[in-house]
Design a protein around this ligand. Structure first.
Ligand SMILES: Nc1ncnc2c1ncn2[C@@H]1O[C@H](COP(=O)(O)OP(=O)(O)OP(=O)(O)O)[C@@H](O)[C@H]1O
Length: 245
């Protein structure tokens, strides 16, 4: 079977901050492909370039050198308008969930639906409630974020990121502020929804307790992609192990 086009295809990507004498290279010759439905976890020490790479993939920063394709569309040289269109096709989940405090759980999700396409309000409400139910918040639909736990707030953020069925979700430390069980719940919900919808997830984390949800783990080190496990236990490895046991 032929493999589909990757959702993300990065080739020989370099990135720099500063200019003139202060110019400093932050990313070095990054090569990475992410396919539909894949969950990729990115780890690496602080300052290794993870957030920079995530922001380039998310169309939040302009690509300077190399090639970065989102759904076959080249982002090197893309206009601001093109980047806006790309951002519309991506769900973002950040450590600080960025919910609006004066809106209820449902209204926070509904806003994402209404910003994205011209749907009737009743349909936007129905979609938002269905998504909040999918993340287990059916009893909390009309609550304000301040009256919910950290894990529940993060589940609203997941519902908001996934409600438009984006091909890609970018998550930066989504479990950082959560206790062990809530963090686990949150990533398992992300995993289930991603598999159901065929969404790819790129998740940056320092949280070793959630590595097992990944199809692949990539590791950044000093601006280089130091390690890329094509799968956590490759078929080849498990085959060899079986033969020898
Ligand atoms: N806007 C900026 N201008 C100049 N330098 C920056 C800027 N943003 C980040 N850097 C530098 O680029 C390097 C990579 O930063 P980045 O935030 O991508 O790392 P990170 O791996 O995400 O770190 P952390 O895990 O702490 O979030 C760091 O040395 C940082 O100081």
């Amino acid at each position: 079977m032929m493999r589909q086009e990757p959702v993300i295809a990065i080739k020989n990507l370099n990135h720099y901050y500063g200019r003139g004498a202060l110019k400093r290279q932050i990313l070095f010759d990054i090569n990475l492909e992410i396919y539909a439905g894949e969950i990729v976890i990115m780890t690496g020490p602080s300052g290794s370039g993870k957030t920079t790479l995530l922001s380039l993939i998310g169309g939040l920063r302009s690509v300077q050198e190399g090639s970065l394709k989102f759904l076959s569309e080249e982002l090197l040289g893309a206009s601001q308008n093109q980047l806006v269109q790309v951002r519309r096709k991506i769900g973002y989940i950040f450590q600080a969930h960025n919910l609006l405090g004066f809106l209820t759980a449902r209204q926070n999700v509904q806003m994402a639906v209404e910003l994205n396409d011209a749907v009737a309000q009743s349909e936007a409400i129905a979609k938002s409630e269905a998504m909040l139910t999918a993340v287990g918040l059916q009893e909390r639909i009309n609550y304000y974020p301040d009256n919910l736990s950290g894990g529940q707030k993060q589940r609203i953020a997941i519902a908001r990121a996934l409600v438009n069925h984006p091909p890609l979700v970018l998550a930066d430390e989504p479990t950082a502020a959560l206790d062990k069980q809530s963090g686990r719940d949150v990533v398992e919900i992300m995993q289930r929804l991603a598999k159901d919808q065929g969404t790819s997830i790129l998740l940056v984390t320092h949280d070793n307790r959630i590595l097992d949800i990944a199809d692949r783990i990539v590791e950044m080190e000093d601006g280089l992609l130091a390690r890329d496990s094509q799968s956590v236990v490759s078929h080849y490895d498990s085959g060899v192990r079986n033969q020898n046991s």
